[in-house]
Design a protein around this ligand. Sequence first.
Ligand code: 16G
Length: 249
Amino acid sequence: MTAAEFLRPEAWLGQDTGPRYVQLRRRLQDGIERGILPPNSSLPPEREIAEITDLSRVTVRKAIQELVREGLVEQRQGSGSFIREPVPRVEQSLSHLTSFTEDMRQRGFDTTSTWLERGIFMPSADEVRALGLQPGEQVARIHRLREAGGRPMALERAALPLDILPNPIEVSTSLYAVLDRLGHRPMRAVQKIAAVNLDAHEAGLLRVAEGAAGLNIERVSYLASGRVVELTRSLYRGDAYDFVAELRL
Ligand code: 16G
């Protein structure tokens, strides 16, 4: 079935409740999910959709804008709207302490990092407090854009005491693999999760629209002795992260 055939209004318009732009958005979304509008293909131009559906261009634009906001469609300057490749979703168990590399490997994705900062710094007040640093003590800090299957997933900023990670440059792929080697692999962690809207800089790095939904995850990890190993702030794309929690009576 071609996109034009799929959009013919007799099959769907008016059969559903809600404003017409919502009905069109649902139809387009359905087409994306069913592969009639496959990833990386272009969406028919606004004018063409308006003609096929007999809806106004304002209505069509509104429907497309919703799909852009939801991350299903991407507008490329000068060449129209395209269906985005779905991002791999991280399914993170809330009961297992795993690393990003492990989480992604389990799902069959290779990971890469773009380094934004890696070195030894004077700590911020938050880092002093969370890591229990002494006055004048410095921290190892790594800040990276984390990608899986070639797609940006999260911005992650980790801070560790220097005796836990004396040489941050040593971390080339997995922080937890290095900590494991050093005998400092965390055994327990406490995570705090909050919803945020990504600012222009963050959204640009994560390749989503400014203001898109994100998840701010703060993790404090501990050694078996109870000592704090890391303070990490991860900013995940909202469309890339699922929590899985097992609940028992
Ligand atoms: C995860 C952890 C982060 C940890 C990192 C290590 C969350 C929210 N955070 O991203 O605290 O530093 O894994 O990953 O899951 P790596 O070993 O792949 O560098």
